[in-house]
Design a protein around this ligand. Structure first.
Ligand SMILES: C[S@@+](CC[C@H](N)C(=O)[O-])C[C@H]1O[C@@H](n2cnc3c(N)ncnc32)[C@H](O)[C@@H]1O
Ligand code: SF4
Length: 408
């Protein structure tokens, strides 16, 4: 099951925010994240807040979910007031948003548009499992206003997918990407297509990873996210590793595979713009995620979803039944919140912006951080420049270590 929520400060039952947070609204792009907490089966490595039909328990169903999410969009409007707040990006993640009928996804987007208005050229993404959509489904989404689809491909190699407990047929992926393109999710149609990959799965050889990269690139995606496999506590994968049935991913192997990915993706015309993300050009970058990394304001709809507005971060109750109950009672689904002080906000900027190709402005660092820079340059971890901290390839492999040295 997904891990527990952190505790924090209580949230007023109407969800209201401190005036200091509201005062910052509009200074940065505003976004919605909508969490759809359902999956057909649970993948062994995944600790996202998601539930199969059996795990959901009585009293909750997928059918009523869009209504609850729409109710939270309306609550967001009440809390944020009548100020002009066009929505720059919307991202539906999960879980598996595409387990809901396309009408529900359309209804959710319409509610956000009705309440807040989408900004001209808004980016609207949904995650999708390759086996949960077809051409007709994708056409409906495009017509409803979705512009970007992100497919969870993970691997093209059957024995790797089997260790991950992925149930989709890798041979279906090229067809489904082609269907997305035909539906208008490509630059010519004003959209874009992204593929998620995972490397470092136990038993994955360099040749297997090469096969996955080649298969992904053969689909000509506009964007690729490549994540190293994280063995999350409490997952079936972690239990198998603990029992000695599978080895823990090896750091050197992960580094080799990162370099392999960067070479292949750059060779195919996709440049890195964040440590785990590559895009065909600036227009194909994920604006929604760039917002997270740049400290934008967003409202997270759904069970367990996190939000951030003007230095206040809050998170919703985790279980879909508790979430539904709160909305039926007309109270906020927020579980708790924290007000970020200036020190924490600066620390988070360092953590996130260092990972971007555009880098971290040096003036965000304190004196000790600036003093660490010559050493990081000498070690080949950051570029030799005075305005921004930009990771080299070696620095991308050791990004956590770079952050540590900048903050101590
Ligand atoms: C919310 S999940 C996935 C969306 C969709 N349900 C799917 O699985 O295709 C977003 C992405 O996170 C990545 N991910 C999830 N758990 C991970 C883990 N333990 N280690 C590395 N990447 C992970 C996967 O690449 C996945 O596509
Ligand atoms: S389909 Fe996606 S969200 Fe669902 S269990 Fe698998 S990785 Fe997690």
């Amino acid at each position: 099951m997904p891990s527990a929520l952190p505790e924090g400060d209580p949230v007023p039952t109407d969800g209201s925010l401190p005036p200091s947070a509201l005062a910052e609204l509009g200074a940065r792009p505003f976004a919605f994240y909508v969490h759809v907490p359902f999956c057909r089966v649970r993948c062994g490595y995944c600790d996202f807040n998601t539930y199969t039909a059996e795990e959901l328990g009585p009293g909750v169903s997928r059918t009523s979910y869009a209504d609850q999410a729409v109710a939270e969009v309306r609550l967001a409007r009440r809390v944020l007031g009548e100020r002009d707040l066009p929505v720059d990006t919307v991202f539906l993640g999960g879980g598996t948003p595409t387990l809901l009928p396309p009408e529900d996804l359309g209804r959710l987007l319409r509610a956000i548009d009705d309440e807040f208005g989408l900004a001209p050229g808004a980016e609207v993404t949904t995650e999708a499992n390759p086996d949960s959509v077809d051409l007709a489904y994708l056409e409906r989404l495009r017509e409803a206003g979705y512009t970007r689809v992100s497919f969870g491909v993970q691997s093209a190699v059957p024995h790797v997918l089997a260790v991950l407990d992925r149930t989709h047929d890798p041979l279906r992926v090229p067809g489904v990407v082609e269907a997305a393109r035909a539906a208008g999710f490509d630059p010519a149609g004003g959209g874009s297509i992204s593929l998620d990959l995972i490397y470092g799965t136990p038993g994955e050889s360099n040749d297997d990873w090469e096969t996955t990269l080649e298969a992904a690139l053969a689909c000509a995606p506009d964007h690729v996210s490549a994540y190293s496999l994280i063995v999350e506590d409490g997952t079936a994968l972690a239990r198998r590793v603990r029992r000695g049935e599978l080895p823990m991913p090896d750091d050197d192997d992960l580094a080799d595979k990162y370099v392999q990915a960067d070479e292949r993706l750059v060779g195919a015309g996709l440049g890195w713009y964040e440590v785990s993300n590559w895009a065909r050009d600036d227009a194909a970058r994920c604006r929604h995620n760039l917002g997270y990394w740049a400290g934008a304001d967003w409202w997270g709809i759904g069970p367990g979803a996190h939000s951030h507005v003007g230095g206040v971060r809050w998170w919703n109750v985790k279980h879909p039944a508790a979430y539904a109950g709160r909305l039926v009672d007309g109270v906020t689904p927020a579980h708790a919140r924290e007000v970020l002080d200036a020190g924490t906000r600066r620390l988070e900027r360092v953590l996130l912006e260092v990972r971007l190709r555009s880098g971290l402005p040096v003036d965000v660092l304190d004196e000790a951080g600036r003093a660490a820079l010559p050493g990081l340059v000498a070690d080949g971890l950051v570029e030799d420049r005075t305005d921004r901290v930009v990771l080299t390839l070696r620095g991308r492999l050791l990004a956590d270590g770079v952050v540590h040295r900048l903050l101590t």
